[in-house]
Design a protein around this ligand. Structure first.
Ligand code: FE2
Length: 251
């Protein structure tokens, strides 16, 4: 690069840095929040890269990302995803859940396009992220607001149009609490909003080990009990699953 090119690119870098500073940080983020976001997003990026390279297992990724969620004060996360603006005009469906993409602060040294997907999921009271299992994906969830009834199941096997599962988690989760899934641990999840509205922040890794991800909606109430708490549960198409599980009908 000659001197002229160098000063041009330096100028461009300075200009974009100044722009970025003014757009993202000058007014909306205090220095401590920026530092926390920097630490947090670098760690998240590292864990997701590790999983992508297969240098950690999905179960290890779950522990790391949930640990990261637990390290940060929920109020700081709400600030750096700009939760208040993100949920302005949020449309809550009558059945199931709606999502919105999240934009993390752009920070030096971090790629503009992340290898993980990041979204908030929101729903009204009694609505559900319907019971489903996953193949070749991992996701971690941080409760941002409201309360949810969370159920998890371990996936023990796949058969023609059904999964063999076993219950592992059945609890109410509140803001700051976490949950995660993968082929390795707690593969099936099911969330029902317990408050007027409820939101999660999801970090999602798709197509692990180069294999196309898949989602299996489950007809839990049609379970067939097997030995040792195991159950065989039919797989449902998404439309039937939503009409059956998208909204609680018993109250
Ligand atoms: Fe899921």
């Amino acid at each position: 690069m000659n001197r002229r090119e160098f000063s041009k690119s330096l100028l461009a870098a300075l200009t974009s840095y100044a722009l970025f500073e003014s757009l993202f940080f000058t007014n909306s983020f205090s220095k401590p929040i920026r530092q926390k976001a920097n630490y947090w997003l670098n760690r998240l990026n590292e864990y997701c890269n590790d999983l992508n390279k297969n240098s950690i297992t999905p179960g290890e990724w779950q522990l790391q990302v949930e640990g990261l969620f637990n390290e940060i004060y929920i109020g700081d996360v709400l600030k750096f995803i700009d939760f208040e603006n993100l949920i302005k005009g949020f449309e809550f469906p009558d059945l199931g859940v709606n999502t919105r993409p999240v934009k993390f602060p752009e920070l030096e040294g971090l790629p503009e396009k992340t290898i993980y997907h990041k979204k908030i999921f929101g729903m009204k009271k009694g609505r559900a992220i319907i019971p489903h299992g996953h193949s070749n994906m991992a996701s971690a969830h941080l409760i941002l607001s409201g309360e949810m009834h969370l159920r998890n199941y371990e996936k023990l096997g796949e058969e023609d149009n059904s999964l063999i599962i076993k219950p592992t988690v059945d609890k109410i989760i509140k803001p700051g609490e976490t949950s995660s899934i993968s082929d390795e641990k707690n593969n099936v999840h099911w969330f029902v909003a317990n408050t007027d509205s409820a939101f999660t922040l999801d970090i999602i890794m798709l197509d692990l080990i180069g294999k196309q991800y898949d989602i299996h909606n489950l007809d839990i109430s049609e379970k067939e009990d097997l030995s040792d708490g195991k159950m065989r549960v039919p797989i449902l198409d998404v439309k039937t699953a939503l009409s059956k599980y998208g909204k609680e009908t018993h109250h």
